[in-house]
Design a protein around this ligand. Structure first.
Ligand code: SF4
Length: 910
């Protein structure tokens, strides 16, 4: 880049001179006004000044509002200027009164109200003559409905002395035309398109001119990247190089997708520009306030005072720390959540009462509980006070009090961005309070809904920290100048940006008035104006597009080709290698911390985990790390599994309630089996399902679950009735085993004595399992081999085999290894069944014994490598990836493998 950074382009010098002379500048947006003001102050500082008069810069809305107020303040216009919340509520009421299907529900009604506001504003800006009802007589269908709403809106405004902000420019034009006074000339900056109403207003004002574009960029390049990632990476790399070469350079990155791809863009820029004490880049586009942590947490807390929160919302709320008064309280709340899960008390929704009612609540900080109770009490008193029902303003005044009671966001000093977010939150609450302008009364839940909508619709942009790289959208870049610009996404489909016409206005009206997206030519003209302005805003401009976007072939933008010439492949220095540098730096850690010989909690899972991935065993058995099952409205798969085990344990538990032998099973007539099983199922549901679970599930749901389980177990018994004679030796029995120096407590589902006197180890499974998971080396599951090899006293007993009992509706079977399955298990087994083809053998048992011993030794030795036996399958249900960072490391390893031409032959295994 040959240009000296910080030298203002010619057009900017012209604006600066205008401002220095005290001239008034009107910008298209407040963002452009801020950028212009920053540039003005930078220039004065560069000139060595320490103080100077503020520049006279107003954005379009402030200009209109100020000029209107100036002219009506003394005369007492008397009308209330509606803010967006108030206006939308009026439109929603009018649309709701229409009684159309789409307006019956709150959500669609407010969406329609938003559309109606837009349509009204379009008419005000482009075709005010259609504000007269007589000009809309011929409008049909949806447009006719909107026309009716508009008439009702006008009538409401007239009757209640209200004024829509969209009408302000039209009102101002009349006022200006009735004045004889001379007004200062205006300089317009950043207007890519002057709307008809703007032009009329400026004409009524007096003298005005647009700032002239400077010389087009001397360096103009159009790049073609292989895909969107490569394009983004090239842009980020280019920015980092520009900064390295000229630390005071100012860069502008323009993209239509700035909101949609925000996180992706952030990652790419962080990767290439690296962390710095102050951020090197910032987005000039806002995000909805509902997506900003502090306002979102405040809204969740308010909701929790009077209703339930989803479990994941509560998790998130506690993780922010804003719900607590200090770090200890915050840690205690998170620990309480973990404790609830450990005790299997998770549930999809939590009211505050249910949350603190889960005894023992020893982990909950008493002061925190007390504060929430005080806030709840205050809310209840307020809602039930004997005087008139509360209005929005009353609720808005109550909100800060409630948050103060809770000590919201008091745990630590707020950052600058959080402080600004808190300020915007207060403004949003106040604007919801202003909904009481018509004297309405609303209940607390309705106020919370209005507040939620307001947070969704309010964009929040933290104050600019004047970062050297500004990332913005094409329209939003108006008024911004830079030393160099990069425009991302210049493909034929994306630029000019296409859009659709407004659904509530007749298309012919939109076309005639030149409203946005009414014709392709209008889109082209606007894109042309923006592109030309960008070309003149900097001495160096790069455009780029991706040849492949989400698997679809893309072509370069014709508009950019006309201005910048044919797209060329990215220069080699901007091609980023396929494997990005990882955020984590792998180091080979060969240190091992041995586990002291003795007992370890976790049973067979410890060695299964050691086989699946040594780190998993280390993290779960030694660090007590846990993945967790999210709560479900019904029973979770593991709760269903526990019930099944409990029922089968009771059925085979022997007298007085159960049976124990094949003969007893045969004595049970088929028609009596269901009744027999149903009694056990009922008892199991009573004993195994915690009271709170039974209470929160609908009775009908539990009845259906009872029927399902009864049928499942009865059918399983029918299958077992086809076996060769046997007797149940043990069920749900505990064994303590010692392997090397490791002691494990095991619980065996069932051990049967077969007709030849040998023992069969059985494990009930309701999921899809296969003995393939026991295959050496690195079995995916060692539970049954471990039972078979270590829990049976092989000095006094003979092992006949080990099997999964697959209790699955429509698919009842044994699967595993049995000495002679047709002689001891089921006579009718076909010869092609694995049970017959692959008999159990002593050699197999010995191999398992050796392997399991080695796993125990590895665990004791502290072997804890992150080494899943079959990535990514093994990791899918592990839940520890945030701890082991496998995803970051694996991405790097895969990229290396790819470049070496290696693939994972096991990928399809399991
Ligand atoms: S997620 Fe994968 S690599 Fe990480 S601990 Fe679990 S199994 Fe091991």
């Amino acid at each position: 880049m040959g240009q000296q950074p910080e030298a203002e382009p010619g057009w900017a010098v012209g604006i600066d001179a205008w401002l220095r002379g005290g001239g008034l500048v009107v910008t298209a947006s407040d963002r452009a006004a801020r950028a212009l003001a920053s540039a003005f102050h930078r220039a004065r500082r560069a000139e060595g000044y320490t103080a100077w008069p503020a520049p006279n810069i107003l954005d379009w809305k402030s200009f209109v509002h100020g000029a209107w107020e100036e002219r009506t303040f003394d005369k007492g216009d008397g009308r209330l200027l509606l803010n967006p919340v108030q206006e939308q509520s009026l439109w929603a009421e009018i649309a709701g009164a229409d009684g159309r299907l789409a307006t019956l529900l709150e959500g669609p009604r407010h969406r329609l109200a938003g559309l109606a506001m837009e349509a009204h504003e379009l008419l005000c800006s482009y075709a005010p003559r259609f504000l007269r009802p007589s000009s809309r007589i011929a409008w049909q269908q949806d447009a006719a409905a909107f026309s009716g709403w508009l008439a009702a809106f006008d009538e409401t405004c007239r009757a209640s002395n209200l004024l829509s902000t969209a009408r302000l420019p039209l009102e101002l034009i009349s006022l200006l035309e009735s004045e004889a006074a001379r007004r200062p000339p205006l300089l317009l900056v950043g207007f890519d398109r002057i709307l008809p109403v703007q032009r009329s207003l400026f004409d009524a004002w007096g003298a005005w001119q647009e700032s002239v574009h400077g010389e087009p960029a001397g360096t103009l390049l159009f790049h073609e990247a292989a895909d969107a990632q490569a394009e983004l990476a090239a842009c980020a790399l280019w920015c980092s190089r520009q900064l390295a070469a000229h630390p005071r350079v100012r860069l502008l990155v323009v993209t239509e997708d700035a909101s949609k791809r925000r996180s992706e863009i952030e990652r790419a820029f962080l990767r290439h520009t690296g962390p710095a004490s102050s951020p090197l880049f910032e987005f000039s586009l806002g995000v909805p306030l509902s997506q900003v942590a502090l306002p979102h947490a405040a809204h969740l807390l308010l909701r929790w005072l009077s209703g339930p929160l989803a479990e994941h919302e509560l998790d998130w709320l506690f993780s922010t720390g804003h719900a607590a008064a200090n770090a200890q309280e915050s840690a205690a709340l998170q620990a309480h959540m973990r404790d609830l899960r450990r005790r299997s008390l998770q549930q999809p929704y939590w009211t505050f009462k249910a949350f603190i009612g889960q005894a023992p609540a020893k982990l909950l900080p008493g002061a925190w509980v007390e504060r929430i109770i005080v806030a709840q009490r205050r809310l209840t008193e307020f809602a039930h006070r004997p005087s008139a029902a509360a209005g929005p303003l009353d609720w808005a005044e109550l909100v800060p009090q409630l948050l103060d009671y809770i000590h919201f966001a008091a745990a630590r000093p707020l950052s600058s961005a959080e402080f600004q977010a808190a300020h915007r939150w207060r403004q949003a609450v106040e604007s919801c309070g202003s909904l009481g302008f018509d004297g309405r009364r609303i209940p607390w839940p309705d106020f919370l809904s209005v507040l939620a909508r307001s947070l969704d619709e309010t964009l929040f942009t933290p104050e600019s920290r004047d970062a050297p790289i500004q990332i913005t959208g094409p329209a939003e870049s108006a008024g911004l100048a830079a030393d160099a610009v990069w425009f991302l996404g210049a493909s034929e489909d994306a630029w000019p940006a296409a859009g659709s016409t407004h659904p509530l206005l007749p298309p012919e009206v939109q076309r005639a008035a030149g409203m946005p997206h009414a014709t392709p030519q209008l889109d082209w003209d606007l894109a042309h104006a923006i592109t030309t302005r960008l070309l003149a805003s900097s001495p160096e401009v790069h455009f780029s597009y991706a040849k492949q976007n989400e698997g679809v072939e893309a072509r370069p933008s014709r508009l950019i080709e006309q201005l910048a010439g044919e797209a060329k492949e990215l220069p080699p220095e901007l091609k980023v290698p396929a494997s990005p540098s990882p955020l984590t730096v792998p180091i080979e850690d060969l240190s091992r911390i041995p586990f002291p010989p003795g007992k370890v909690e976790g049973g067979a899972d410890v060695l299964t985990n050691q086989s699946q991935c040594p780190f998993k065993a280390f993290a779960t058995a030694r660090l007590a790390a846990q993945g967790w099952e999210p709560a479900e409205a019904g029973l979770t798969p593991s709760q269903r599994g526990q019930l099944l085990h409990a029922v089968l344990h009771a059925v085979w538990g022997g007298s007085p309630e159960g049976i124990r032998t094949f003969a007893e099973l045969q004595n049970l007539k088929e028609e009596d089996r269901s009744t027999f099983v149903a009694a056990h199922v009922r008892r199991a549901l009573q004993q195994e399902l915690r009271l709170h679970l039974r209470q929160r599930m609908p009775r009908r749901y539990l009845e259906l679950e009872e029927q399902r389980l009864t049928k499942l177990v009865a059918e399983w018994l029918t299958y077992e009735a086809t076996r060769i004679g046997f007797e149940v030796a043990e069920t749900e029995v505990k064994h303590t085993v010692h392997i090397s120096d490791l002691t494990l407590d095991l619980r065996l589902d069932r051990i049967d004595r077969l007709n030849d006197g040998s023992l069969l180890v059985i494990d009930y499974k309701s999921g899809d399992v296969s003995p393939k998971s026991w295959e050496l080396p690195r079995p995916n599951d060692v539970q049954l081999p471990l039972y078979a090899a270590f829990a049976i006293d092989l000095d006094s007993e003979v092992l006949g085999g080990l099997v999964f009992a697959k209790v699955r509706a429509g698919n009842y079977e044994f699967a595993g290894f049995v000495g002679d399955a047709r002689a001891t298990l089921i006579k009718s087994l076909r010869g092609n069944r694995n049970l017959v083809k692959k008999p159990f053998s002593a050699e197999l048992l010995l191999k398992w014994q050796d392997y399991i011993q080695q796993l125990a030794k590895d665990f004791l030795a502290g072997r804890a490598e992150v080494d899943p036996r079959n990535y990514p399958k093994t990791c899918e249900r592990c839940g520890l990836h945030t701890l082991c960072r496998i995803r970051e490391n694996q991405a790097q390893l895969e990229a290396e493998d790819e470049s070496d031409g290696l693939t994972n032959p096991e990928a399809a295994d399991e």
